[in-house]
Ligand binder design. Structure first.
Ligand code: BV8
Ligand code: ZN
Length: 265
């Protein structure tokens, strides 16, 4: 017996599974919604505020310049919260697509999330457009270091040069990492199927990958609790929790043998 959320999604799930079976290359863009069922709060869910501040005001170079303690408190709290968080079935389903159904680099996971849960679930080809909460970057010597989730002080300093560390996170008004962005744009331009999972599609340039994929002929499948700014571009919209829908989708391609795949000309 399917959980109720699936029953009325049957036709859309079958259509999405058909598109998945037909694709040679698949790309996925994930946002905070894919981690929601792991207990990680989304950005624009609830009131999208942190200690009364809008994220767009705290996650900026200006906020860090003016009040580094406040910004470090914001990031230390999110790092600390991650110690009690595990990937959910949605993360594992995406990892299975890469490992079992679209090997040899034919599955590219582009994430806006900074929680590291995709890698923790076994995904390997992960493009982190907005950085990672586990890493710090030195404002002096630019050294990037993986700190795991150990607590960092109010104003952590670089072991190399003594300057102030910052989270290795892309803030608003900052450029995305060039190599990750280039690879993400390439994946969107060459895939036959583009999955859009758990994102409100309001943050750019990440959200521009969706129309880019469509323009280059990919089919778009959106998985989200509700309609978003990207829904109009989707060929199939699956409304429900990604932690339930993604495993159902993977189950449908796991159960059927793999008919011939069409490669886009
Ligand atoms: C750039 C790291 C410029 C931080 C993030 C006005 C002022 C300032 C900037 C701008 C502006 N207008 C436009 C901009 C550009 C700005 C932007 O897009 N702003 C938006 C808000 C309008 N973009 C930038 O500043 C980017 N840089 O433009 O540089 C530039 C250009 C040239 C040269 C130099 C500079 C940088 C953007 C990166 C910002 N950093 N993250 C941190 O995490 O602390 S963005 C932040 O938002 C997170 O990464 C997050 O992932 C991302 C997007 O949000 P979502 O992931 O979509 O999360 P959200 O809560 O919105 O939605 C969740 C969805 O999941 C919902 O749809 C919900 O229904 C669904 N859901 C919930 N539960 C489930 C679910 N779905 C399925 N299952 C569930 N269980
Ligand atoms: Zn340094």
């Amino acid at each position: 017996m399917h959980p109720p959320v699936i029953d009325d999604l049957e036709p859309a799930l079958d259509e999405a599974a058909r598109l998945l079976r037909q694709a040679l290359r698949v790309a996925a863009l994930t946002g905070a919604g894919v981690s929601a069922e792991s207990g990680v709060p989304t950005f624009r869910g609830a009131d999208g505020l942190w200690e009364g501040h809008r994220v767009e005001e705290v996650a900026t170079p200006m906020a860090f310049r003016d009040n580094p303690e406040l910004v470090w408190r914001f990031y230390n709290q999110r790092r600390e919260r991650l110690t009690a968080v595990q990937p959910n079935p949605g993360h594992f389903a995406l990892a299975e697509l890469e490992a079992k159904h679209f090997q040899d680099g034919r599955f590219t996971l582009v994430t806006q999330n900074v929680d590291g849960l995709h890698r923790q679930a076994g995904s390997r080809r992960v493009l982190e457009l907005h950085g990672n909460l586990r890493r710090t970057r030195c404002t002096g010597c630019a050294e990037i270091k993986d700190r795991g989730l150990e607590p960092l002080g109010d104003l952590p300093e670089c072991g190399q040069c003594g300057e102030l560390l910052r989270p290795d996170i892309v803030w608003f008004h900052e450029m995305l990492p060039e190599d990750a962005w280039e690879a993400a744009a390439e994946a969107a331009a060459t895939c036959e199927l583009f999955l859009v999972v758990g994102t409100s599609a309001v943050v750019y340039p990440a959200a521009s990958l969706i129309p880019a994929a469509r323009r280059s002929g990919a089919k778009i499948v959106e998985i989200n609790l509700a309609a978003t700014d990207a829904s109009h571009a989707a060929d199939v919209c699956l409304h429900g929790p990604s932690g339930v829908i993604l495993p159902e989708l993977v189950k449908r391609i796991r159960d059927k043998n793999q008919p011939h795949r069409v490669q886009r000309t």
